[in-house]
Design a binder for this molecule. Structure first.
Ligand SMILES: NC(=O)c1ccc[n+]([C@@H]2O[C@H](COP(=O)([O-])OP(=O)(O)OC[C@H]3O[C@@H](n4cnc5c(N)ncnc54)[C@H](OP(=O)(O)O)[C@@H]3O)[C@@H](O)[C@H]2O)c1
Length: 281
């Protein structure tokens, strides 16, 4: 596959994906995913929490693309943590998606000590055990995490049989969590960037505007290219056909090392979410 990244189990996935958070079930998500597939995206990111799995699955089916050419990610939500509930949530997801396997299945957020005290670690371990079962049964091609901080992963690894293949974290100019990304790389865990455009708040920045002029690209394309060149897989979301196209058109230019460093060193701005140790949902 052109423009792919190999996960630690040898499974190859595209270097850019398409996000679907806030793409509503029905025509909205169906049209967006259809447009994305037509433009060439092959990695589609959803979650049971987004309540749009049926529309995502319908768009993939309607595309007539071979199933194995589309890389489908979904996630187990926080209220379904634990071994049995995760297995049940998985069955519900594949039924809504209308598929018989998922490419990448992620734990959406770690259980944290603030909410669960000392139980947090065993909750995460049993949720992970369910993902391992699904992986061994070949119902998922790869398993991973989302929003896990290094200390959550270290704890998980105390009981895990299988190393996570992916960690999906917030990552964009102004909020580049390089500490987590470096930890993941050192542990052969691929990093996906959620909110790679900072939900568009990352775009309004003079450095990005100057670089957009320099490379005859848009600030969004500069963001996405910067993530890809940092070895991070961005999964931008858009419901707008022209932006879906624009966000995929990032393979005909290369940022210089100096310009990458310029973006790496931007002053913090645009962080959209509380820390995984602080959330209470
Ligand atoms: N694992 C997690 O906890 C987690 C959390 C958040 C998100 N995610 C995943 O990551 C995906 C992406 O993150 P996100 O949706 O939060 O944010 P995002 O992709 O950074 O930004 C999406 C927003 O930017 C706008 N936009 C898209 N392309 C643009 C462009 N070229 N120029 C200007 N504006 C543009 C979109 O507007 P329009 O739609 O109106 O075009 C939308 O409002 C999600 O959809 C979801 O799949 C995962």
């Amino acid at each position: 596959m052109k423009n792919s990244i190999k996960l630690n189990n040898g499974f190859e996935i595209p270097t850019i994906g398409f996000g679907t958070y806030l793409a509503e079930e029905g025509d909205s998500v169906f049209n967006a995913v259809t447009c994305a597939l037509n433009e060439g995206y092959r990695l589609i990111d959803t979650a049971s929490f987004y309540k749009n799995e049926s529309g995502v699955g319908n768009a993939i089916k309607a595309s007539d693309l071979p199933r194995e050419s589309v890389f489908l990610t979904t996630k187990v939500w926080n209220t379904d943590r634990g071994y049995e509930s995760t297995l049940k949530a998985f069955e519900e997801s594949i039924e809504k998606l209308g598929v018989d396997y998922i490419d990448i299945y992620l734990i959406h957020w770690p259980a944290n000590e603030k909410q669960f005290g000392k139980e947090a670690k065993s909750i995460n371990a049993s949720t992970w055990k369910a993902l391992e079962t699904l992986y061994k049964e070949n119902k998922v091609k790869a398993i991973g995490l989302s929003n896990f901080l290094p200390h959550h992963i270290d704890e998980l690894m105390e009981t895990a049989e299988i190393k996570p293949m992916v960690n999906q974290i917030e990552f964009h100019p102004g909020y580049s969590q390089f500490d987590i990304a470096e930890y993941c790389k050192a542990n052969e865990i691929a990093v996906e960037a959620w909110s790679p455009l900072g939900r568009s708040s990352a775009l309004n920045n003079s450095v990005l505007s100057q670089l957009a002029d320099k490379y005859s690209k848009t600030p969004a394309q500069i963001c996405l290219r910067w993530e890809i060149q940092n070895g991070i897989i961005p999964i931008p979301k858009s419901l707008t056909a022209s932006r879906i196209k624009e966000n995929f058109d990032v393979f005909d230019f290369c940022l210089s090392d100096e310009d990458i460093i310029l973006i790496n060193n931007l002053k913090p701005y645009g962080k959209s979410h509380a820390s995984s140790d602080e959330i209470d949902f």
